[in-house]
Design a protein around this ligand. Structure first.
Ligand SMILES: Nc1ncnc2c1ncn2[C@@H]1O[C@H](COP(=O)(O)OP(=O)(O)OP(=O)(O)O)[C@@H](O)[C@H]1O
Length: 244
């Protein structure tokens, strides 16, 4: 039976920023209630001899960037073209600068190899050193301990970025969180690592295991504990004729 799609918890909980519930998103691309493509998006800055920043983040993007810099664990989403990737690149830049003394502080990962490539990262499986990740969290943690590279990565990471989270299985999210707690000897989810998670749960779902029912990451037991803020980007930047 087809699973009913639902929004992650936290939508609308947050009063720092407008988190608009976009009811129309259960029928992606076919709904008129989505924000109209903005005409006043961005005009290229005038040519100048001085090096200028190419991106001017919107107010909602800036708000998320600021919270990421302050160390909050957050999830942000938004439909296609709302600038999730652009924002992620800015967050990575800012957090790398913040943790410039530790090269391993910012771990950039995604649920799939292609998505990871797009952001210059690795898959979450590769970061975690879990292989296929079939074993229990305890067994996997034991295995990771024997691998110096993987275990030191877990210990040195301060921020874990996960892109395309819609394709990450909820049980795996819980497992990774427990592994982090075991290896870092801290009870908090992911052993206290800051999480920056993004993706669109209305785009790509997790891969099914031989037809088995999949659990979205936001349905994970530890999702709510691990993610303190949830944001929905609403301003669409991509124009109709723009190719992805
Ligand atoms: N703050 C901004 N100012 C101007 N243009 C922006 C801004 N943010 C994003 N864009 C532009 O909007 C387009 C879509 O951005 P981006 O690819 O980051 O969206 P996305 O949400 O990741 O889309 P998708 O989910 O389809 O991958 C790009 O052309 C990008 O350059």
């Amino acid at each position: 039976m087809k699973k009913k799609r639902q929004l992650p918890p936290g939508y609308g909980d947050n009063d720092d920023y407008v988190l608009q519930r976009d009811e129309g998103r259960s029928a992606p691309f076919a709904n008129t209630s989505r924000p109209a493509l903005s005409k006043s998006t961005w005009t290229a800055p005038p040519p100048s001899k001085k090096k200028m920043s190419a991106v001017f983040l919107s107010q909602e993007q800036t708000q998320i960037l600021r919270l990421a810099e302050e160390g909050h664990s957050l999830f942000y989403t938004g439909s296609a073209g709302t600038g999730k990737s652009v924002l992620l690149r800015e967050i990575i830049k800012a957090l790398r600068k913040k943790h410039s003394k530790n090269d391993d502080a910012v771990a950039i990962t995604a649920s799939t190899g292609i998505a990871a490539c797009n952001i210059g990262g690795v898959t979450i499986h590769s970061f975690a050193g879990i292989g296929l990740g079939i074993e229990s969290a305890e067994d996997l943690a034991q295995k990771i301990r024997k691998n110096k590279k993987s275990s030191s990565r877990w210990l040195r990471t301060k921020v874990l970025i996960i892109d395309e989270v819609s394709m990450l299985d909820g049980d795996l999210f819980d497992k990774l969180s427990r592994i982090g707690s075991i290896l870092r000897k801290k009870i908090q989810p992911f052993g206290g690592i800051q999480l920056i998670v993004t993706g669109d749960f209305f785009q790509l779902p997790p891969v099914t295991k031989g037809g088995a029912e999949t659990k979205f990451a936001f349905e994970a037991t530890l999702w709510k504990q691990a993610i303190s803020r949830t944001f929905n980007l609403t301003k669409v930047f991509r124009q109709h004729d723009q190719v992805r």
